[in-house]
Write a protein that binds this ligand. Sequence first.
Ligand code: HEM
Length: 389
Amino acid sequence: MTVLALIIAAYAIALLFVPAMRAPFLRERFAIIPLAAYLHLAGSGIALAIGPFQLNARLRSRFLRVHRWMGRTYVICVLLGGTAALALATTSQAGLPTHVGFGLLAALWLFATGNAYRYIRAGDRVLHRRWMIRSYALTFAAVTLRIYLPLSQVAGMPFDAAYQTISWLCWVPNLIVAEWIILRQRPGASIVEPSSVVLMVAALASFGCKSKPDAPEKAVPKESVPPAGVPVVQTVSGDAECRGAAIEQAPNVRWVADKSLSADLTYDGAADRVYWGTGGDTAFVVAIVECAAGKPGRIWAFPLRARAMYGTTDLEISLVNPAFGQGYFAENCLGAETTADCRKLGELNTRLEAAYQRGGRGLQIGIPDRDNVHLYWDSVANTFVTWRP
Ligand code: HEM
């Protein structure tokens, strides 16, 4: 992929400097809309050359600063190359079908790249990565087009019909492949236990907090990535108080009344209950209530800033191995295992893996393919830890 991309990128750049290489139609474009022609070849050529290095996870984690600067360059190049492509599409050879095919490709290219940029600015690496995969699948149309076109001519197809078909064929299958790659990389895919099916057991009415308060309010440890504010921890002493307190903590939240998840989330051998609800399109709350007899009655409410969660209807909450998972660790620390941050991450990973071996579980909360938060109990720090993949 990289070699093909570099060859086509070099071809585009060569066309900028060697007018004799330009086909007659391209000379015409340079004569009529020179700005679009120059910007398209320069911007798109550089974006095509940069892309493969940006998508490489090893390079990304090893040279993060370079990744950032190349990423900014890619976005600017797509902005220039894509805007120019919109202009070129209106004059492309073979008529309306290619105007629409290339025009749509240009619009989607700008849209996908803009989304990738927007999500990384918002700190959402998962969605950033997905939109970058889509963006580069569209960039790669420059390569697929130049594979299909000679093939169509060798096969003896009339140029116009072939060009009209290829103006679509060069990018639609690329997008399908991109979606397939994204589905394969769904967060949690490598760490969700097949056997850890969500246990939807009791009704909200069946709260049963029994014992005395004991609630240290701990700060979220440094290595965690809190999705929102620090959780509110409130002590409670009896059944009614326990239930009321959970509701009181977030009066605007519509709690899911008929489902709860039961699991030993604090790894102490006694079940905890998880309830969830939403205050609208953006505010989403999980309450973890330690209910089992003999345990201190505590409520941990996590207000999550989750722009992708619309209500609770398509929300997925499942129990998972609390360890970060090799995928996450490798992605973030590959080649940097000796740095302080990665050492801490590695230690936390080891603790959580040990908790899992003892029967502990973590929560994975998310909307498939959109947003995902992991919530785990760190028994050494004695607090919940959250991270977003
Ligand atoms: C992905 C969005 C892209 C769109 C919508 C697009 C669109 C177009 C259009 C409409 C033309 C004029 C074709 C004609 O008049 O028949 C063109 C030409 C050209 N484009 Fe793109 N393009 C895109 C990406 C790229 C990329 C990434 C490269 C990188 C090498 C590239 C390189 C070229 C070159 C070299 C030409 C001149 C034609 C040739 O000699 O092959 N384009 N493009």
